[in-house]
Write a protein that binds this ligand. Structure first.
Ligand code: SF4
Ligand code: SF4
Length: 213
């Protein structure tokens, strides 16, 4: 398997197990995302010329799965955060994230800066339903501040941190880390996983060639 050239099986299984905890609905979304990436990757990397080396469609699928769940930092590459920061053009401004996210998390430390710049938001922010010491917008699904026609945020300069880092989501309390949100309808995410897949695929091929020398 091509992926075995990149990552130790046990380490991959550990990462995978962590992701599998997400539940069935998330897994279905993840598979949809991976299918969307596979479609684009096959346009970039034709398998025909690799077939003679025993590389199959299943190899591409496995590489995409790895790109989806693991950071390139594991292979000495950039973090997901660095990659998305360098490619704001991947966002098609479809607005799906603003229409379909709930609740929109606001960290308690964000309240003062937000209200200093926009005091009238005070009536729009309520206690978070899941994390009592934090906050959220009163109206979401869609977010009240999404301008549907202009496809832009009406409070862009003071939008919460979760909106700034989307499509990455911060997880873990003691040692927080970014994971890719599971939205398969987000072009930004499809591009990100595609970019990582191409890097990993080329690196795996390089290692395969070297192993034959
Ligand atoms: S981040 Fe994704 S879902 Fe949100 S507007 Fe951009 S492309 Fe659409
Ligand atoms: S605050 Fe702005 S960026 Fe955040 S969900 Fe609402 S419209 Fe989107």
């Amino acid at each position: 398997m091509l992926r075995d050239l990149l990552i130790d099986k046990k380490l991959f299984e550990n990462i995978h197990e962590k992701v599998l905890n997400e539940g069935n609905e998330e897994l279905i979304k993840r598979k949809s995302l991976e299918r969307a990436v596979l479609k684009k990757l096959r346009k970039k990397r034709s398998l025909k010329k690799y077939k003679k080396n025993g590389i199959a469609k299943s190899d591409l699928k496995e590489i995409i799965e790895l790109a989806d769940i693991a950071s390139l930092e594991l292979f000495g590459g950039p973090s997901d955060y660095q990659i998305v920061n360098e490619h704001p053009e991947w966002c098609s401004h479809c607005g799906t994230c603003c229409r379909e996210s709930s609740p929109i998390f606001i960290h308690k430390d964000e309240i003062n800066p937000i209200l200093t710049f926009k005091p009238d938001l005070k009536t729009e922010i309520v206690q978070n339903v899941d994390y009592e010491e934090h906050f959220m917008f009163k109206e979401d699904l869609p977010c009240k501040f999404h301008n549907l026609e202009a496809k832009r945020c009406k409070i862009y300069d003071v939008r919460p941190q979760v909106c700034k880092t989307y499509p990455l989501v911060l997880m873990g309390e003691d040692n927080p880390y970014y994971v890719i949100d599971l939205r398969h309808k987000c072009d930004y995410i499809i591009h990100l996983v595609l970019e990582k897949s191409v890097i990993l695929f080329d690196e795996a091929l390089r290692r395969l060639e070297n192993s034959k020398l």
